[in-house]
Every structure is written in structure tokens, then in C-alpha cells.
Design a protein around this ligand. Structure first.
Ligand SMILES: Nc1ncnc2c1ncn2[C@@H]1O[C@H](COP(=O)(O)OP(=O)(O)OP(=O)(O)O)[C@@H](O)[C@H]1O
Length: 727
């Protein structure tokens, strides 16, 4: 009975029309019977791994046919990929954060085994492969130990077909021999078929059949003894060398069709089993320990009491819930076992929010502002309290004296620290050299001029209008600092002028410019810049954290082979995605809760609307970020390129999404572009909920939801297209 049959398998990498495309399998024929070991030998790069990937249903032939356990791999109902096969890839492809026991239990669960059965199998495999202690983390195991764990993971569910890609690399000879004996024993007592690739050609003597592969074709497929006899050699290595020399020097698959080149001396595929048993006879007898292992291997396959060949129905009947639990616990364990990752996930949002609230929006302090007051000979005169009093005589007379001192007295220290200079030139020089942020200048007749303007208005001396002004010279290189100083100087002047007016029994309004800002429709006079920025900051954080986490997890899993191995075990990409979405959603929910609690209770951020509307929008945005991360992970093969893409898109979005500068300040065409970014409209929506208390029925709020919805659908479509292209 045939376990695997490849007929005229043809596969290339690259575009079909590209004349230089890489042909890896060139009309290859291959046949593996049940109850046998098939040793696939060949130089590095000859296409062994590609062939195995096609057999397990992870890659597809461009032409030709493959039949595995009676079905076509990758087709519904074939059970391949799935638990009918056990696959040990060339890379370790295990989750490093798992302990050895967790690894075996993880694979057992995704193969749909009951806990009882996994426990039983783990005990046997642990003894057979001499695995280290249960709780040793895979990442802390030696290369050889990891390989044994990987081998156990491929065997845990008693597959019908076992595919081992270089399982013995890096193992000591004793262990290599034990693994081979185990395979020989198992295949002789069950219908298990094994395909094994190895660079140690001689160890393949123990296989029932050998396929010598070179340049994408099988040069020969026969029993080891027949191959050695045919080429008159005493060992397989020489036989392979002779065959290669006959075939030519090329390392690459050539472009001619090789359909008829495979040398087959086996009369019928079904006879391999018999030939295999001949070989087994030629193998030196097993030591007593091996005999024990033989019994054990027999029990591994027989003691379940079930028929070894499973029905497809049986295979498909395992509980999705159990598989989902396995995937979820993998995700959570991976997360918990990486302290740096945990800190990043849960402390980073706190750190970011705290630093945002502490660093942004506060009034600049300890600014140094120069003062040149020509009204007084010595600035000490200004510290005389009597100077800052106005004497009211009658309704026509109100004495003002050295009134600049009164202004300076009112110029609060919280606005700026006053530095007094003797002359205009000294202060100017100090501002030029950056010692002060600017200076205020009072002319020597400031008070008289002010009085002249106040009392004589129309008849005042024209020069008085000029000398009654407080002249301010600022270093305007820092917009926020000078904006603050200007605002505070105007406020101080208003207060000063009002007081002078009331001391002189004049209407206060005389001191004001005729414009009044009444109670705001929304917000308050105390509203700070942080209130404007906060929604955007939180949304960009949630979006890009989800992007980074998703891209990192998927790329790591793919690079380490865990993704591929899990798919070969029969988990679908959709299940993997679903498990990630559940994990990521829980993380985002916690992040949202911690952010909202922190902002509300520690930083007293106001929310006039519904928390549910805000959290809902944040979660959807996080979901969009997650899909963006997935898209990046589909198209980027390495972490570095993924980081470039994530960071490269982060900065333009931050700059143009309206959190740093109002969109109204941008050119029209840029505004249109900015509205297309994923968090521009949503952060406006959140701002409207927080500051205006608008509900989801308001167009500016539901448009936020709409914008995220459009992003989610577009990213989802792009991911599906990407997955199809990259398949
Ligand atoms: N995704 C890919 N795109 C392009 N070329 C590829 C891809 N995967 C493999 N190849 C090329 O195909 C050839 C066969 O690769 P494969 O991994 O199947 O070889 P192998 O026989 O398993 O080698 P080794 O024994 O070193 O693992 C190699 O030249 C390899 O560079």
C-alpha cells in the first residue's frame, strides 16, 4: 500500500514567464509504501525540503500529482495538512518560552488528543528519547535536546506518515542510532511510513528504500543494497558519488525534462516492504536496550487498541475548542514568559500617558525676562510699597507716580523672573546672547505720558502716545514660550490698568480693549493643550502598539518555523488569526482600561460623553492596527523591514493627523490626505465625545466609527490578497 506517490512533480520558484526561474523539482517521481522508511538523500539545495513541503501540503506543485495517504495534500477531507502526518522540520520550530512538557501538550492538543492520551504518550516518548526534565524551557535546552523534543512533538499523536527533515543533525552517534532503530522497529510493527532526509548518507542504510536526489530529480530509487550492488560499491556514499558523476556537475536543476531518468529496479512498489525487511535482517542485532525500545515503540503504536489507519471522519472530528485553547494558551504563555514584552505591553502605555500629561501643556517656568526701567534711577526704588499706591484727590485729579513699578510688582514671578538692566543696550545684548527671553522697556516719562493720554486724550502730546507704551522685545525663536509670555504680559497689563482705573474712581472698562470673550459654548477658559492632544496620543498609541505586537509575533513565529509547523499540524490560518485576535483584544481591553483609569483618576481628564463610545472606538482602532501589523508581517520577511514599514508610516500619520497642528492650518490637498489616515477622523470623534459630550448619533462621532470601519475592511481585503499572493 502506497503512503506517498509523486508523479512528474514539477515546481519552480519565481514567475512562470521568467526564463531564469528556479526549477527545484523537475518532473520528479517518487513512491513511499506504508510500513517502510524512505531515506531521501541529496546535496544541499537539491530540493528535498521543497519536496517535503509539497507532501505536507504547505507548498504546491506547479504541475504533476501528489497523493498522500490516499488524498491530495491541501484539499478538504484529505487530512493533510493535519494529524494524519507528523512533521519535524529542519529548523527546531518550537516555542522557546514553552517548557518541554508544555510543548508536547501543545502539539497533543492541536492534534485533538485527550489530556489522558497526551500524558500517556509523553511518558513513553520522554523515556524513549531521554528528554530533559518536564519544566526545562525549550529555549534553555541544548541543540540536541531541542531536536529530541521536536522529534517527540512530531510523534506524539501516532501519525500515519512521519516526515523528518534532517532529524539527526547535531545529535551524538548513539542517539542517532537509537532514533534509527526506533524508526526501523516501529515501521516493522506498524503501517507507519517514514520519509527521512539526512546528510549522513551511511545512516540511510537502515532505510527500506532510498531516493537519491540531485538537481530536482530522483537519480535512483531503490533499496540500499540494490543501489550499492548496482554501482559496485561497498557503501552508499560511493554509490551516490558514482551516480552524481554520471549525471554531470551541475548543482542546479537543469531545464530539461527528466521524467525517465529515475533508476528503479524495484519490480513493484508494494515489494518495498519485503525488501525493507531483508535490509532489517542485514542490520546488526539490537542491543538489549534497543530491544526494550523495540517493545516500547511497538506499544507506542499498538497499545491504544485502535486501528492504526484512521478514518478521515475520525481525523476531522477533533474539538475546535481544544485546538483554540491550545493556541490561546500558547499566545498567553509566550506573552507572560517574556518579562520585557509584558513591561512593554502594560507599562509602556502608562509610561507614555504619564509622560504625556506631565511633559505637555504645563506653563513654562523660571523664564528670565529683562527689565529696563528708565523711570527710576535705581530699581531698588521700585521696592518701596508706597510707590505702588495711587492717590485719589477728586474726580479731576488722581496722582500717578512711577507707575511702571506698580506694573512690575504685578508681573508675577510665576510668569517670569525679572532681571534688571541699567540700559537698553545691556538688556538687548543679554537677549542676543540667550541669557534672557527678552525684556520690557519703560521710558523715563512713562507715568507722565500715561497720565497725559488718560487726562487729555485728544489734546495729549503726540509723543506721549509713544512713551506711554510698555515696549516688549522678545526672543521669538520658541513659539510656545513667547506665546506664553505675550499672553501673560497682556493679562498683567489688563489687571494693572483695571486696578489703576478703579483706584482713580474711573470705569474699569476704560482700560480694556472693546472685545470680551464670554462663557465658551464648549470647554472652559482653563482648557489646556493636553485636552486637545490626548485623544490623538492615546489613539496612535493603541494603533501602533497593536501593529508592532502583531507584526513581531507573526514574523517571529514564521521565522522560527512555529507558524509553518502549526499549519502542518492541521491548524488553519484562520484559527491562528482568531487566536491572535482574541489574545490581542484582551491586551487592548486592558490597555484601554488602564489608560482611561489613569487619565480620569490621576490626571483628572474630563469626559463629558460616554466611556463606552470612547472604548469602542479605541478597540476598533486597535483592531485596525492589528490588521495593519498582519499586513506588514505578510509582506515583510524580516523584523528590520517590518520596523522600517511601521516606523516609516507612523511619523507621517502623526504629523498630519491633526494632533500636532489643526487640520485647518494645512493646505486643502493635504487635509484630504490627512482625513484618509486611520486615526484622524476617529480622534476628532473621540475629542467631540470627551469635550462636547456628543453621542454616537452625532455625525462627527459616527463618522469616526465609519472611518475605522472602512480601514478595517480595506486592511482585511489587503491581507487576504497578500496571503493569496504569498501562498
Ligand atoms: N521561497 C523560495 N524562493 C526561491 N528559492 C527558493 C525558495 N525556497 C527554496 N529555494 C531554493 O530552492 C532550492 C531547493 O531548496 P530546498 O530547501 O528544497 O533544498 P534542500 O535540498 O532541502 O537543501 P538543504 O539540504 O540544504 O536543506 C535551493 O536552491 C533554494 O535556494
Amino acid at each position: 500500500m502506497t503512503a506517498v506517490e509523486v508523479h512528474s512533480g514539477y515546481k519552480y520558484y519565481g514567475k512562470a514567464k521568467d526564463p531564469n526561474k528556479k526549477i527545484v523539482l523537475n518532473h520528479l517521481n517518487m513512491s513511499v509504501t506504508r510500513g517502510s522508511i524512505y531515506g531521501l538523500l541529496g546535496a544541499s539545495g537539491c530540493g528535498k525540503t521543497t519536496l517535503l513541503s509539497c507532501i505536507v501540503g504547505r507548498k504546491f506543485l506547479n504541475s504533476g500529482e501528489i497523493s498522500v495517504l490516499g488524498g491530495t495534500p491541501g484539499t478538504p477531507g484529505s487530512g493533510v495538512p493535519g494529524p494524519r502526518i507528523g512533521y519535524m522540520p529542519q529548523d527546531i520550530a518550537l516555542v522557546e518560552e514553552f517548557s518541554i512538557k508544555e510543548t508536547i501538550y501543545y502539539f497533543g492538543r492541536i492534534y485533538g488528543m485527550s489530556t489522558e492520551k497526551i500524558r500517556e504518550r509523553y511518558k513513553l516518548l520522554k523515556e524513549l528519547l531521554e528528554l530533559p526534565c518536564d519544566d526545562r524551557h525549550v529555549g534553555n535546552c541544548s541543540g540536541g535536546q531541542q531536536r529530541r523534543v521536536s522529534f517527540a512533538a512530531a510523534m506524539v499523536h501516532e501519525p500515519e506518515l512521519l516526515i523528518l527533515d534532517e532529524p539527526t543533525v547535531g545529535l551524538d552517534p548513539l542517539l542517532r542510532e537509537r532514533i534509527w532503530h526506533y524508526l526501523v522497529d516501529t515501521t516493522s510493527t506498524s503501517k507507519l511510513a517514514v520519509i527521512i532526509t539526512t546528510h549522513y548518507i551511511e545512516e540511510a542504510r537502515q532505510a527500506s528504500c532510498i531516493g537519491l536526489m540531485r538537481n530536482g530529480i530522483l537519480l535512483a530509487e531503490d533499496t540500499p543494497i540494490n543501489i550499492m550492488e548496482r554501482f559496485n560499491c561497498t557503501n552508499l556514499e560511493d554509490a551516490f558519488l558514482t551516480l552524481c558523476q554520471k549525471h554531470g556537475p551541475s548543482e542546479e536543476a537543469d531545464r530539461t525534462t527528466h521524467e525517465s531518468h529515475t533508476i528503479r529496479s524495484i519490480k513493484s512498489i508494494d515489494t518495498i516492504e519485503d525488501v525493507g525487511s531483508d535490509i532489517k535482517k542485514s542490520i546488526p542485532p539490537l542491543s538489549s536496550s534497543h530491544n526494550e525500545k523495540k517493545d516500547m515503540s511497538k506499544s507506542l503504536y499498538e497499545e491504544s487498541g485502535k486501528p492504526i489507519t484512521r478514518t478521515i471522519k475520525e481525523v476531522l472530528s477533533f474539538t475546535t475548542k481544544r485546538r483554540m485553547n491550545a493556541l490561546l494558551s500558547k499566545n498567553f504563555l509566550q506573552m507572560i514568559r517574556q518579562p520585557a514584552g509584558m513591561v512593554f505591553l502594560f507599562l509602556y502605555p502608562i509610561f507614555q500617558l504619564v509622560s504625556f500629561y506631565i511633559a505637555i501643556g504645563g506653563d513654562p517656568k523660571d523664564l528670565r525676562l529683562g527689565v529696563v526701567n528708565d523711570e527710576v534711577n535705581n530699581i531698588q526704588e521700585c521696592f518701596n510699597r508706597s510707590l505702588i499706591t495711587t492717590y485719589y484727590h477728586d474726580e479731576y485729579d488722581c496722582d500717578l507716580y512711577k507707575i511702571s513699578c506698580r506694573f512690575l510688582d504685578q508681573l508675577n514671578r510665576s510668569v517670569a523672573i525679572q532681571e534688571h538692566y541699567e540700559s537698553f543696550d545691556d538688556a538687548y545684548k543679554a537677549a542676543k546672547t540667550g541669557k534672557i527671553w527678552g525684556f520690557i522697556y519703560f521710558s523715563d516719562n512713562f507715568t507722565e505720558s500715561l497720565q497725559d493720554v488718560r487726562d487729555n486724550v485728544r489734546d495729549a502730546n503726540p509723543g506721549s502716545f509713544h512713551t506711554s507704551e510698555i515696549k516688549v522685545y522678545l526672543d521669538k525663536s520658541d513659539q510656545q514660550v513667547t506665546f506664553f509670555l505675550e499672553k501673560k504680559l497682556i493679562e498683567t497689563y489688563k489687571e494693572f490698568a483695571e486696578r489703576v482705573m478703579s483706584d482713580c474712581h474711573l470705569p474699569k472698562q476704560l482700560a480694556n480693549i472693546p472685545i470680551t470673550f464670554e462663557d465658551p459654548v464648549y470647554g472652559s477658559f482653563q482648557d489646556e493643550f493636553t485636552d486637545f492632544m490626548a485623544p490623538g496620543v492615546v489613539m496612535t498609541m493603541i494603533f501602533f502598539l497593536a501593529t508592532l505586537i502583531t507584526a513581531t509575533i507573526f514574523i517571529t513565529d514564521r521565522l522560527e518555523g512555529v507558524w509553518d509547523r502549526t499549519l502542518v499540524a492541521g491548524i488553519t490560518a484562520l484559527e491562528l488569526l482568531l487566536a491572535h485576535i482574541i489574545t490581542q483584544t484582551s491586551i487592548m481591553l486592558l490597555q484601554c482600561v488602564e489608560i482611561i483609569l489613569l487619565a480620569t483618576f490621576i490626571f483628572d481628564a474630563q469626559n463629558q460623553g460616554s466611556n463606552i463610545t470612547v472604548v469602542g472606538l479605541l478597540m476598533l482602532l486597535g483592531f485596525a492596527g492589528m490588521l495593519y501589523g498582519l499586513l506588514i508581517s505578510i509582506f515583510c520577511d524580516a523584523h528590520s523591514t517590518a520596523n522600517f514599514m511601521a516606523t516609516g508610516s507612523f511619523y507621517p500619520m502623526i504629523i498630519m493627523c491633526g494632533i500636532l497642528w489643526p487640520l485647518e492650518g494645512m493646505p486643502q490637498y493635504l487635509q484630504y490626505l490627512a482625513y484618509c489616515f486611520p486615526f484622524t477622523v476617529p480622534s476628532m470623534a473621540v475629542r467631540n465625545v470627551l469635550s462636547k459630550g456628543w453621542s454616537i448619533t452625532n455625525s462627527q462621532v459616527y463618522m469616526g466609527y465609519g472611518a475605522v470601519g472602512i480601514w478595517i475592511i480595506s486592511l482585511l481585503l489587503l491581507c487576504l490578497i497578500g496571503l493569496k499572493i504569498k501562498k
